[in-house]
Design a protein around this ligand. Structure first.
Ligand SMILES: [Ca+2]
Ligand SMILES: [Ca+2]
Length: 121
């Protein structure tokens, strides 16, 4: 009986020793938690560029004096939050707001011969 009690004590000591070694291993090799500073902030939006032509026409959103594929891409990038503000008037369909309908309208004009941007009032 004394031998069994001694075996139990030895087993308990071994379990505790293994647990302490595991804790020490985790403590020594564990990486510190990264400092929590809140969610990452989005990259800053590009600032509005200067027009290359004075008073760019409606739809010439990149202000280069031409109404082309680059304007469609520029307006789409702006609306997706990845590009700078339009330089020329981006309200191509004249409904009072700049949105995806203006991209579709401009795309239709540039690529499919659709109606030109509505004249300014
Ligand atoms: Ca342009
Ligand atoms: Ca519009």
């Amino acid at each position: 009986m004394a031998e069994t009690s001694s075996s139990l004590k030895t087993g308990t000591v071994v379990v505790i020793a293994v647990a302490l070694l595991a804790i020490a291993w985790i403590w020594l090799t564990g990486k510190p938690e990264p400092a929590k500073t809140g969610p990452p902030s989005p990259p800053p939006r590009p600032t509005r560029a200067q027009p290359r032509v004075p008073n760019p026409a409606r739809g010439d959103v990149n202000g280069d004096g031409a109404l082309d594929k680059a304007d469609v891409e520029y307006l789409a990038e702006f609306l997706m939050g990845n590009g700078p503000e339009p330089i020329g008037d981006g309200d191509v369909n004249g409904d009072g707001s700049v949105d995806i309908k203006d991209v579709m309208y401009l795309r239709s004009h540039v690529f499919a011969g659709g109606p030109p941007p509505v004249p300014r009032r």
